[in-house]
Design a binder for this molecule. Sequence first.
Ligand code: IMP
Ligand code: MG
Length: 184
Amino acid sequence: MHITNEQNDIEYILFSEEQIRQRVKELGAEITELYKDSVPVVACILKGASIFYTDLCREIKGHMNMDFISVSSYGKAAQSSGVVKLIKDLDTNIEGRDLLIVEDIIDSGLTLKYLKELLYSRKPKSIRTVCLLDKHECHSEEIGCDLKGFPIENQFVVGYGLDYANYYRNLPYIGVLKKEVYSD
Ligand code: IMP
Ligand code: MG
């Protein structure tokens, strides 16, 4: 790991603050419409989705309940292993409720698949998922999420909540991390 300073380690900016703000606004409007007749539980997957989540919630109009869930995937930081461990559960009883899961990025899709299976067993009325970034080449269609911010290529990105080894989350934009930072 060769972390220098957080701006220096970025190869290039993929999505600027302004681009993100615009897309989050659009997603918020879509979600507002989807849940206009219900009060959804909107669940943030910590920590990666935290910044996206707090911005998105402020673009959703109407009542909703906020909640947080934390999972960790075993294995190397730059690659998902598909083995997921629940670190912090929801506080809300979701039985009979509409649940919207907010994720930062979908890669193999295994994290969301695991979570959806777990949460369906609690008999919610519905589960939908929204992710800001979609590595569409890395998972099959049926494993994907319902609402997506931006499709991206298979590259490692950080910022706006997304990390490498728990660094770079505070960058206000989304950038591609230089390979030398995470290759040995
Ligand atoms: P999946 O289970 O393979 O879909 O992995 C999803 C999780 O892997 C995300 O919630 C992120 O924490 C992490 N992840 C996947 N790709 C990236 C990336 O490019 N940058 C930062 N984290 C990523
Ligand atoms: Mg994550």
